[in-house]
Design a protein. Structure first.
Length: 464
């Protein structure tokens, strides 16, 4: 078993403690007995959950928030150098630890499964956490979203397995040494950190190179970037490479995915035997995530039929095609999709579940750099909706780029034949959707920013 708390992290201070990745590490440390503190720009449900674990959460950033006895300061790549708490740490000589290093320390002494890929990490990590827990294995996990069942993104479990989402965006996944690594797909994204696909491949090769000797790489046999990566790492003979997908040469072959409303049923061929199991989220891409999770569990020595049954316990992750509610015959669903591939996959999944109903989208682009590089493809994705409303770009950690606005997406969508309109005032969206929607429609709020806050407001307006 892992030590309760790494010695340098017994009194950590987290800057940006409300973030998905940061809060997860803070929760695990608190559950292991550390005296955790931190700060965030605004109060939130995440901050409230942390306080329930005994964590001290300050709202706003100020030098005095850093306790006199803090043993380290934990940061993510989103924290700017001029943050007053970071400056205070430098003045006082308090060690600064990157989020990925902190997470790597939490995996010491355990059997880590690290889930990587441009899309699908959160869902796949969640599927593993839920299924392993259903089998009584009590895993620890750190995920980029809240599980619908336990309602949390992280847990310190009593078992020897640690399931973690491995983030490629800032190369932080190079810090982990997993027993099993999953690579779902490899595509160009995070344009502020990667200039080309060659850089992306090199980064993923480094990640695969960190897999422990005797360990396993589970990787897609269908996605072009994943197949290229498999070729690049095929010379490593001290690990097993297990491919999955519909491709005829896949080690775990997906034979069929059958839609069942907002869920699906998947049939696979594994070691010469057919196996069918349910996935409680719609769309073939989520079914493939489940197959990747199953293959990873099998690599740890867990019987496939046990995993297949346990995967049926997974009921989804917050923001991954999450049903927010229904009002006057209109269902409102929230999607975290912000890359064109994700947008297309989620829209195709909803199309399959809609059974002829209209699909209306409220899309909020995420990051100026991503919009600059992929805005045209984002616009084309919106042709899968019956009508879309596009909000202004959510900047997150970025400063504006001159000339890059949502108009780039709207123009591309219109040229591709989509019914799309701009809306600069987020507060107007509930009225806009109420004017568009009719009974039987599905409304999809889509994006990685605060567009997620609109779901309850749209439902309230539809009710009224």
């Amino acid at each position: 078993m892992a030590p309760a708390v790494p010695t340098t992290m017994d009194r950590p201070h987290f800057i940006g403690i409300g973030g998905a990745g940061m809060s997860g590490i803070a929760k695990i440390l608190a559950q292991r007995g550390a005296a955790v503190a931190g700060s965030d720009a605004k109060d939130s449900a995440t901050a409230a959950a942390l306080r329930e674990l005994g964590v001290t959460v300050h709202i706003g950033h100020a030098a005095e928030h850093l306790a006199a006895d803090a043993t380290c300061v934990v940061v993510s790549s989103a924290i700017r150098a001029d943050n007053p708490e970071l400056a205070a740490a430098a003045e006082r000589g308090v060690p600064v630890v990157h989020r990925s290093d902190a997470l790597a320390r939490l995996m010491d002494g355990l059997r880590p499964i690290a889930v990587a890929g441009t899309h699908g990490k959160t869902t796949t990590t969640s599927m593993l956490a839920v299924s392993l827990d259903a089998l009584g294995l009590n895993p620890s996990y750190a995920i980029g979203g809240d599980l619908n069942g336990p309602g949390t993104n992280a847990l310190h479990g009593s078992g020897d397995i640690f399931v973690a989402e491995a983030d490629e965006s800032d190369r932080s996944f190079h810090k982990y040494a997993p027993e099993v690594a999953i690579v779902l797909n490899v595509e160009l994204d995070h344009h502020a950190n990667y200039a080309s696909m060659d850089e992306i491949y090199e980064s993923f090769e480094t990640f695969v190179g960190r897999v422990r000797p005797g360990g396993t790489l589970v990787i897609s046999a269908d996605q072009a970037g994943a197949r290229e990566l498999t070729e690049r790492v095929s010379g490593r003979h001290d690990i097993e490479i297990v491919t999955y997908g519909t491709a005829e040469d896949a080690d775990v072959r997906v034979l069929k995915v059958t839609p069942r409303g907002l869920s699906s049923e998947v049939t696979i061929l594994l070691n010469g035997k057919m196996l069918t199991f349910a996935v409680s989220v719609p769309g073939s891409h989520y079914a493939h995530n489940a197959v990747a999770a199953l293959a990873a569990g099998v690599a740890l020595g867990i019987p496939a039929h046990n995993l297949a049954s346990a995967l049926g316990k997974f009921t989804g992750v917050g923001r991954r095609l999450q049903l927010k509610g229904e009002a006057n015959g209109v269902q409102v669903i929230d999607s975290y999709a912000h890359h064109p591939t994700e947008m297309t996959a989620d829209l195709e999944a909803i199309r399959g579940a809609a059974a002829g109903s209209r699909v209306l989208v409220v899309f909020q682009p995420h990051l100026f750099s991503r919009t600059q590089e992929l805005g045209t493809e984002m616009g084309r994705s919106l042709t899968l909706a019956d009508a879309s409303v596009v909000l202004d770009i959510y900047p997150a950690r970025e400063d504006p780029i001159p000339g890059i606005t949502s108009a780039l997406i709207i123009d591309a969508a219109e040229k591709a034949g989509a019914d799309v309109r701009p809306e600069h005032d987020m507060a107007a969206i509930p009225d806009v959707i109420a004017g568009m929607a009719r009974p039987g429609d599905l409304v999809l709020t889509m994006g990685a920013g605060d567009v997620t806050d609109l779901g309850p407001k749209i439902l309230a307006r539809l009710e009224s």
